[in-house]
Write a protein that binds this ligand. Structure first.
Ligand code: XMP
Length: 508
């Protein structure tokens, strides 16, 4: 497989670079900057991108470039910090500045370039830097500036490029085209498509599993359903799916999804374990502890079930690429924000080997794979739902009563939004969150002292960033009055107007 390696120096935008490459049908993989040259060479990358990062090359302990990658003799594109590292290592001059340039700027072409087309002159670019290059290494030329700042350099003979701005960010007008030009210079054949992923995964699954049996952890969500279908296409009845009712699914979801699985022809064993999970969660309020308990309980159930199936050595999970990246703590790189249960809950000593056919794919790629596999709309277009379920949407203690309260409020939010397909189509997720806060209200001349619920609805391209949806007031009013009058235990409704960052999607 042809691979583009992205070395992560800690930029918030590193994942975006990977996504852009994939949109251009190029398989890309993010590795920490400190990855050994042997490991990089093993992948035989056709090109390497050095991400940006929060550091200045002059910071003590700042992540450094392993110069050995230059010996791989493949095109390298350094973005922002990556450009500064390239310049510094090749004999250029980098200057630390006391002020930071942040936001939109204008690119001015000042020289011939194989990376930047003539039409990019005077286009908008996105800058975010303090340090910058003031002297280029020998063999390099400056191809573009922003004001007096050097913002693009290249050595077309060695195939080395540097951009001070971020082409991966949508605000850079020709960013996508610049990345496409780089990819062309690397001679990628650009065949990373849903069909090729499916084909390749089916082959890998068959080769890995042989004649063993596999159990699959279905969660009811898009990812595990699609992972199971891929495995089904590869090895059919060797797979036994287990669908656990952890008591934290949405209203009626368990029975509805179980019925869909049956129509998809998957062998599913239902396990009703709501009480087990809720007992374990009793009295627990710490978000990370909740996630670990739920994740751990899942795995224990799967292990128990696997033991009962003769010859079951593998466990299928619908882990996605962002789950993997966010869960890997890399020194100096992206920090761990939350333990995603697919990864964080795994016990140290797994009894089962993992099969994760979607481990390298992003959410939207998964939906395309699902549609290509012919799965029903109700599964493919299902809104994302976290593995720990309502457990991370009930802030504070999870009790059976509070689960029911949230399920009822959440059902109203979904019902009202789904009545309006024009609004729904632009939303990434929409749901309710139950707070542990009680407040005083008045209902029918009686004092009430009940919980508050949050309505949340937002737009997002890639879930790394979100913006809250400007829902019509009338819609919010309907949801609010229905919740307060129909859900026993809630007397106050609020709407979330925070973006991500600084907030995250799930409250816990
Ligand atoms: P955050 O809260 O990290 O959420 O901004 C980003 C996206 O991931 C979903 N999410 C999860 N999905 N297991 C999952 O499979 C988890 O533990 C988990 N936590 C959050 C969340 O719904 C959003 O789409």
């Amino acid at each position: 497989m042809q691979t583009l390696v992205i070395l992560d120096f800690g930029s918030q935008y590193t994942q975006l670079i990977a996504r852009r490459a994939r949109e251009l049908n190029v398989h890309s993989i993010i590795l920490p900057f400190s990855t050994s040259i042997e490991k990089i060479a093993e992948l035989a990358p056709l090109g390497i991108i050095l991400s940006g990062g929060p550091n200045s090359v002059y910071d003590e302990g700042a992540p450094d470039l392993n110069e050995a990658i230059l010996n791989l003799e493949v095109p390298i594109l350094g973005i922002c910090y990556g450009m500064q590292l390239l310049a510094q290592h090749l004999g250029g001059t980098v200057e630390a500045s006391s002020t930071r340039e942040y936001g939109k700027a204008t690119l001015k072409k000042v020289g011939e370039s194989v990376l930047l087309d003539a039409s990019f002159d005077r286009s908008t670019i996105w800058m975010s830097h303090g340090t910058h290059v003031i002297g280029v290494p020998e063999g390099f030329s400056v191809t573009a500036k922003s004001g007096d700042t050097i913002c693009a350099i290249e050595d077309p003979v060695l195939g080395l490029f540097g951009l001070q701005f971020h082409p991966e960010v949508v605000h850079s007008e020709y960013g996508r085209q610049i990345l496409e030009n780089f990819i062309e210079l690397c001679h990628f054949t650009r065949d990373w498509t849903a069909e090729s992923i499916i084909e390749q995964q089916i082959e890998t699954i068959r080769a890995t599993v042989g004649t063993s049996k596999v159990i699959c952890a279905l969660s009811g969500g898009v990812d595990s359903s699609i992972a199971a279908t891929l495995v089904d296409r590869a090895i059919g009845d060797q797979q036994i799916c287990i669908f656990v009712d952890n008591g934290l699914l949405r209203q009626n979801e368990y029975d509805e999804v179980l019925a869909v699985y049956k129509t998809m022809g998957l062998q599913v064993k239902p396990i009703r374990a709501a009480k087990l999970f809720l007992d374990k969660l009793k009295g627990v309020t710490d978000p990370e502890q909740k996630r670990k308990i739920i994740g751990g309980e899942f795995i224990r159930i799967f292990e128990r079930e696997a033991k009962a199936i003769k010859g079951a050595n593998f466990l299928v999970q619908g882990t996605l690429y962002p789950d993997v990246i966010e869960s890997v703590a890399v020194h100096g790189s992206s920090v761990v924000i939350k333990s995603h249960h697919n990864v964080g809950g795994l016990p140290e000593k797994m009894q089962l080997k993992l099969i994760e056919p979607l481990r390298e794919t992003f959410k939207d790629e998964v939906r395309v794979i699902g549609a290509t596999l012919g799965l029903p709309e109700s599964i493919v277009q299902r809104q994302a739902f976290p593995g720990p379920g309502l457990g991370v949407r009930i802030v504070g203690e999870i009790t059976p009563e509070r689960v029911v309260i949230l399920q009822q409020a959440d059902a109203i939010v979904r019902e009202e939004i789904e009545r309006l397909p024009e609004i729904r189509k632009d939303l990434f997720q929409y749901f309710a969150v139950l707070l542990p806060v009680k407040s005083v209200g008045v209902m029918g001349d009686q004092r009430t002292y009940e919980y508050a619920v949050v309505i949340k609805a937002f737009h997002s391209d890639d879930i790394m960033t979100t913006d809250w949806a400007r829902l019509p007031y009338d819609l919010l009013a309907t949801m609010s009055s229905r919740i307060v009058s129909q859900v026993h235990g809630i007397n106050r409704v609020v709407y979330e107007i925070t973006t991500k960052p600084p907030a995250t999607v799930e409250w816990e």
